[in-house]
Design a protein around this ligand. Sequence first.
Ligand code: PLP
Length: 409
Amino acid sequence: MPDTPFEVEVVRRDFPILATQVREKKLCYLDNAASTQKPRAVIDRLQEFYSRENANIHRGVHHLGELATDAYHDARKTVAKFLNAKSDKQVIFTRGTTESINLVATSWGRANLQKGDQILLTAMEHHANIVPWQLIAEQTGAVIKVIPTNDRAELDLDAYDQLLGEHTRILAICHISNSLGTLNPIKEIIAKAKAMGVTTLVDGAQGAPHLGADVQDLNCDFYAFSGHKIYGPTGIGILYGNQEIMENMPPYQGGGDMIQRVSFEKTTYKGLPERFEAGTPNIAGAAGLAAAIKYLGQFNQADIKAHESALLEYALGQLEDIDGITLYTKAVARTGVVSFNLEGVHAHDIATILDREGVAIRAGNHCTQPLMKTLGVPATARTSFALYNTKEEIDTLAASIIKARQLFK
Ligand code: PLP
């Protein structure tokens, strides 16, 4: 049970990097949608693994091999519990959200898509939830359809109802938009798709860190997220999948650890989860991700959510009156992100000027070029929050934006 009260100043002390200075200014890290910082618990876990447990898994009968295998299996159990998956067999370790989605698009897509089938995406997807589907569409003759957004950058649910049809085979949708912070009503959206027999995938890269994920409650077939966006290491990610569907999917990659028997005549494969984990995995990464999930688990999720929502609303309030600003985060249901532009200043220049003040934000298209086209801009400046951010940091952000505006006036 979560039993640590959520106090942001205490939480900040768990993240060593937050005490560092940037250009002699206090670091104000507001680029969390790109990657979060790591608590001491994760850093220590990586060090402990490499100092005391490191070996390959499943192969050696020696002591270290057993320790590493245990660490890897325990990590899978921790992730399964975090996702409320029925079985840890449903949890596949990947390199990140991108690889998780590529796995589904390639393996599920090859087995299930044919000419004329439809893949339903949304206008706010990250390229990681667009390009893998384009690749499989080219190979199978399937067609991509896109749910548009309204002028608040929320999904147009009437258009969704129209697009969901007898040819729809899969719906792949983000939980939260990484560019704008729009929070999609995915449970309701998934229920409609499931009622039509459509397979569903949730890109939870931004959802899992802010809201957690209960895959049974969501009733999705696949859920993907990245370790590094949820306070864990880079190079590790998760694909959760419906067991029955995954058992009928062909392997994604071939190699060691995923086979039962190999001969030049015929090779047979292991069941879940090994079938989808060819080669030596990121063992330390898995242990580090489990440490991140345990770290988060000590707090009440609702407290983190309330803190992050309060930060977002405070930021919108602080920024909206700045001369020349355009805010793109307008959805009624939103979390984690404020995207904006300043009249007469390119987004990259805003980010460069803010960096001089120690404020780290992201500028660009955020790997959502189709969404930027809908907004009619090539890029935005994006500030994104995590559990360790504070209102004082938002004050610093607002003051730095005003400075940027004055410089270009
Ligand atoms: N999907 C969303 C919504 C994201 O925000 C990101 C990363 O920014 C990704 C997918 C890709 O994640 P990764 O680069 O960790 O694979």
